[in-house]
Design a protein around this ligand. Structure first.
Ligand code: PGA
Ligand code: MG
Length: 233
């Protein structure tokens, strides 16, 4: 069976499409890992392996910093100072080695040209998200960008998705969430929003396809264009 045979049941009326950023639209892993290890250097901690550092990405920057600094043993640190260190390093690095996944720009432009309303719902802070949207030439495409610090809560809670849809004047019945992690799937489920998942991204170190085996109603794709294929002409 090919993955493209899984088509979201809600697709005929889909008008609004919400995208996760890290691991779905953009492979930000090299820059995130470099920033994590630069942060660790500030605390005289040795670098983490790529996979270990990447497994800490998913629940926003404060959670990432907490996991990165307490990996080996508990460490008491000032969270504002640690965030300032992380932000300084990540601003310096952000975008350098980040690449869009195959087909992303082409599909986003095609969906937009077709009249779909597009939004981003990411746990990444706004200050790192907006420069990436600009770098990849996507600024005119999104009618809502909800980041990890837009509200006081983040995915896997449903509020960020619902907030984006309200900014897009769209109903949850007409919406699709496209993500790479259980945080996206859980947020979509809680919002009662249709969802498709890409398996090439980051799911906090766990294969997302395995995690979704008990949720057969959520289609899993390995290719961005195939995941959106049924919404294109
Ligand atoms: O920054 C994170 O923790 C994850 O970001 P994402 O929600 O775009 O995957
Ligand atoms: Mg993601």
């Amino acid at each position: 069976m090919t993955h493209t045979e899984h088509i979201p049941t809600a697709h005929p009326q889909i008008k609004a499409i919400l995208f996760d950023l890290d691991g779905t639209l953009l492979d930000t892993a090299p820059d995130l890992v470099a920033a994590v290890n630069a942060l660790r250097g500030e605390y005289n901690l040795p670098p983490l392996s790529f996979d270990t550092a990447l497994s800490m990405v998913g629940k926003g920057a404060h959670n990432l910093i907490q996991r990165a600094l307490t990996h080996e043993q508990p460490l008491t640190f000032d969270t504002d100072i640690a965030y300032a260190h992380f932000a300084a390093h990540y601003h310096r690095i952000n975008g350098d080695a980040t690449r869009e996944y195959k087909g992303v720009s082409e599909v986003l432009h095609a969906l937009h040209a077709q009249g779909h309303r597009l939004g981003i719902v990411t746990n990444k802070p706004t200050e790192f998200t907006l420069p990436l949207i600009q770098q990849f030439g996507w600024s005119g495409l999104f009618s809502s960008v909800v980041c990890g610090d837009t509200l006081t809560v983040r995915k896997p809670l449903p509020e960020p998705l619902l907030h984006a849809l309200s900014e897009m004047n769209s109903s949850v019945e007409s919406a699709l969430m496209v993500g790479d992690s259980m945080n996206d799937a859980l947020a979509a489920q809680a919002a009662e929003c249709a969802c498709v998942i890409l398996d090439y991204g980051y799911n906090e170190g766990q294969p997302v396809r395995e995690a979704l085996k008990k949720w057969p109603h959520i289609p899993v794709h390995s290719d961005f264009a195939s995941a959106l294929h049924s919404f294109l002409p």
